[in-house]
Design a protein around this ligand. Structure first.
Ligand SMILES: [Zn+2]
Length: 139
């Protein structure tokens, strides 16, 4: 599948996922992100990066910058997943495995609900590898 198609599907799925969550203060997002990210990755508030007319949160290789509209747990975990998967992974399967594992183990969404959400947006993540129904045992 083309990378751009994958990214569009992931962003569409995330729009729905973000509507399910409350906004969190920066200290909470830093606690959540820092727990799963490598120690050297810093999490800061910032303006964000312009993409299709919106300001998006991003990871630049050293720090995660959270835009004002991105103060949700899934957003910081999305960027943590980039830091773990590496830039070359884009939003492809390797990134999605990290991201889905983080969403479940951090308690953002239950495994079955996430599985249904992925299915709804036609995103295929190998269930065998992420074991959505056993979030705490994910490897
Ligand atoms: Zn991303």
């Amino acid at each position: 599948m083309k990378a751009a198609v994958y990214t569009r599907r992931v962003y569409a799925m995330e729009k729905e996922l973000e509507r399910m969550q409350v906004s969190l203060p920066m200290y909470a997002l830093q606690d959540i992100g820092q727990y799963y990210a490598r120690d050297e990755v810093k999490i800061v508030a910032g303006r964000g990066m312009k993409y299709n007319g919106r300001l998006l949160s991003y990871y630049d290789g050293e720090k995660i910058v959270l835009a004002r509209n991105g103060r949700k747990a899934s957003v910081v975990l999305h960027e943590v997943a980039h830091s773990l998967a590496g830039f070359a992974a884009g939003h492809g399967p390797k990134f999605m495995r990290h991201y889905c594992r983080l969403l479940v183990v951090a308690g953002v969404i239950g495994g079955y609900a996430l599985e249904a959400l992925l299915h709804k947006y036609n995103i295929r993540v190998p269930v065998k590898q992420i074991r959505l129904d056993r979030g705490s045992e994910v490897t």
